[in-house]
Design a protein around this ligand. Sequence first.
Ligand code: LLP
Length: 418
Amino acid sequence: MDYFEYRSGELFAEGVPIRRIAREVGTPAYVYSLATLRRHFRVFDQAFAQLSHLVCFSMKANSNLAVLRAFVKEGGGFDIVSAGELFRALKAGAEPKKIVFSGVGKKKQEIEYALSAGILMFNVESEQELALLNEIARGAGKKAPISLRVNPDVDPKTHPYISTGMKKNKFGIDVQRSLEVYKRALSFSHLEVVGVDCHIGSQLTTIPPFVDALSRVKVFVEALRKEGACIRYLDLGGGLGIRYKDEEPPHPEEYAGALIQGLEGLDVTLILEPGRVIVGNAGILVTEVLYLKETDEKKFVVVDGGMNDLIRPALYGSYQGIRPVVERKGEMIVADVVGPICESGDFFAKDRQIPRPQPGDLLAVMSAGAYGFTMSSNYNSHPKAAEVLVDGENFDVVRARENLEDLIKGEVIPPALQ
Ligand code: LLP
């Protein structure tokens, strides 16, 4: 459930008409609902209430400081994948002891930064990373808390670009070799093996792959304890899907129920790294119709937001709902909703039935709260969109729209060219 609803034919975010936001902030603009963010976090968190657990929001899905702060206030932690994300999490007031660091390509400086911040654990993805981490920890006179990201080789049955737990994926350590690598980890003087980790993919809409992965990785908890390691955490990553169109993903309670059952008798703190399920349907992208182009073959609704703002349809061919901000009665047309970018892949929707729009109309691209702004770019030198957080009857601009000067920040014309 979210808080984007029509009232007398007009789309609202909570108590605020989207039209008002567009008038005051301009377009394109991301609009997030605080009540929805909180609700989704709480529903997810409470689903695991009977277990010792920690929800580490996967901030690659949405890393706006205000959004992160909302989760800090809910007691949440964060799953980070870069120094930049660590910086943001700390700026938002995150407790370092609630941060886990995933990712196949952690650089030396990033590891040093996370080690000095005192994060909860490093989810290590290769043997070389293990050795580097040990070296860095030795240099710092510390013991680095680690888990290994085990690649359990299960098919999450999602888009190939966002499937991560199969043998052919670059992520994690082959389940067959994991015990051996774990034993190596135990031999390092400056590492402390504290957990087991996996993440199999994103936008999963069924439970069995999660349960499968759990059964394949939980054996390591016992095996490592036998080796004398004090295993405290089992991190099952994120991946629970949402409804974009007609998907019927399991409710967090159903998901939690299945995991809780699979964990029976295992004395660990469960870590979860949800991203999309918390923020996906808590945000929309508001864009303005610039032109309606009609040819014999096709109709194109040209809007002011593009793949630079929201790349998911272009990158994955994914479906995003499109709704008129002010409902229009009358003729329906079938059109592609496209952006201003000079690429044929720049579309939000293909052959979509929508009420015939007029230039100046506002459209809402739905389910844009996850992997929307965080994947946006300045391609074609478009300043990045504004981000707005609605709270009841009020809203705040939580990231100002970029301006033209922002576009050239750090660029220099060398003396020889002056
Ligand atoms: N943990 C790890 C280690 C991850 O790699 C990811 C996502 C998550 C947690 C969070 O997964 P979620 O709960 O959001 O499914 N850009 C793509 C999604 C990429 C997901 C990458 N990893 C998209 O727009 O669909």
